[in-house]
Design a protein around this ligand. Sequence first.
Ligand SMILES: [Zn+2]
Length: 456
Amino acid sequence: MADHLAVTIPLDRVQRIQLYINTARKSLPEIQAETGADYILNGTLFNMSTFEPNCHLKADGNVLCRPAYSVAGYSWQTGPDISEDVLPDDAAKNYIACTPLIVSGKKVTTLTYDPGQGGKRGRSAIGMKSGRLGLYCTRDGGTMARTPEQLRDDLFSAGWSSAVMLDGGGSSQCYFAGQQIKSSRAVHDLILVYLKKEETPVDEKKAVFLDAGHDASNLANRSPDGTYYEHEFCLDMAKRIKAHLERCNVTVLETRPDGNAVSLETRCQRVNAIAGVDLFVSLHSNAAGGGGWSSARGWSAYIYAAGGERERAAKAILERVKQAGVVVRSTPIVYNSSLYVLKNTYPPAVLIEHAFHTNESDVKNLRSDAWRAAVAEAEARGILDYLGIPWLEEEAQEPQEPETPAEPTEKELAVNWAVSEGILKGNTDGDLMLQEPLTTERFIVMLYRTYKKFMS
Ligand SMILES: [Zn+2]
């Protein structure tokens, strides 16, 4: 069982968010089996002896708890419209509140919670990050137990723009698309998220956004000897990977399809404007040292932080790259929350640093057509592994079968013999013999020549 699970779900993927009121005191796995929800997280604080909620709560139009105070929480009608709100909000069909941690992009300085909620415990939270619904859960007594303040700081540094701490401690439990944090406690209410189901075969096609780093005006990112430019390599690799993925029925989109400049902001906007992108892959080569050659070399992949789909994708790509015999760094997967395109794109994002253009051996590879082809294939295979799509071999160029000459007919053998013996005059006579009906005149001439050859 996991100690810590966190997901962010694009709101356009959300079909419905339900507040499940658990009067039957069912376990979370029972609720999952009953509802088929894709994500489930324990809800707000409740009184364990009366089994009544303690904070603002409204489910499907029914107000279940309405204390005298106002507090920041989340409200929605169906689900994809969920947003921060000041509760109670009579117009909303559903809402939930507990302990606000981050409100409108700002940390709440002094948190409000009962003493019983303090200390390092299992934690659950709901929030928003870059237009996505965030769900967070850690196991009580596990390695990721946190105080409410630490939870606030963790979520803030992970880029959440708002967050509400839900009931924690022994109530912390979740089911996130197959992964679970279990607790023996039946809780009063739970947040259930249902994703949109794929509707048409066209939508089932997986989509990958490729991001060729830099552009043709960038002449700074190059090898010290000037034989290699990063922008050219990145675009070439994008085209190579694209060809493999498209052949395997993946939709490929590009942030930079040609040599022209595209800002990092525009790249992210292009990605985020398309719904249902399954993976974003940014392509680069690395650099080290102060301008000359340096010893650092090898392939590595950067992701925003540990875990989640991005790490699964990075590992799948790494596996294929290693199989292809590519030199990889000693820490081939690097967590970096400051890289712009990793921070500001909605889909799972991986940035690949293929090799160091400041290392002489690596530059030989980066310039090599064979190396590029092998690495592009490996990375495409890794992306397909991650997407769960089979690799389709390239259509082999039809080998030009050498024509096996048909056995000569007896007539042809006879003509060849007659030509070689001089009875027919060269190939012209021979060809005529094969095409034309034999005339009496030609027959008598041939007979005469045969006689002269063998009898005289
Ligand atoms: Zn770069």
